[in-house]
Design a protein around this ligand. Structure first.
Ligand SMILES: [Zn+2]
Ligand SMILES: [Zn+2]
Length: 145
């Protein structure tokens, strides 16, 4: 053993920013802007293209929101179900105008905030968590359950 081994870091330190060398498509767990609006926009176009699928099924006054497909950020497959307790109907008075929003008054849409729940590893993710850390809003037309 001679020569050029690196000096070990001072006592107790973990090497910071160590890179695994290859990849480049890795997404560390998002903590700065988990709810960045771009993910909602991205999810919206993925719903239109079929990469993501969302369903809202109404059962009485309770709704089940189900989403499956590729995460808008990390691209990993995930699925997620949510119970929507208060079923909202046709709220049109929104503060933020959304020109792209479907203007179909005959249909009612359910909205849900969804978090990526892929089971792939993402650097920095809390041990009891899933996904890559992003959240986004998705809507789907109500179906009768
Ligand atoms: Zn992922
Ligand atoms: Zn993700």
């Amino acid at each position: 053993m001679n020569g050029d081994s690196e000096t070990p870091p001072a006592a107790g330190g973990q090497p910071a920013g160590e890179s695994t060398g290859h990849g480049g498509e890795e997404h560390a767990y998002e903590t700065e802007r988990p709810f960045d609006y771009r993910w909602t926009q991205e999810a919206y176009s993925m719903l239109l293209s079929g990469e993501l699928q969302a369903k809202a099924i109404r059962k009485g006054s309770v709704g089940i929101f189900h989403i499956s497909g590729a995460c808008p950020r990390c691209g990993h497959y995930f699925e997620q179900s949510d119970v929507l307790e208060a079923v909202t109907t046709g709220e049109r008075a929104r503060e933020t105008p959304e020109p792209e929003r479907r203007q179909n008054e005959g249909s009612e849409y359910a909205e849900a905030d969804v978090a990526c729940a892929c089971s792939e590893p993402h650097t920095g993710r809390p041990a009891n968590d899933k996904g890559c850390g992003i959240k986004f809003r998705v809507d789907a037309a109500w179906e009768q359950g």
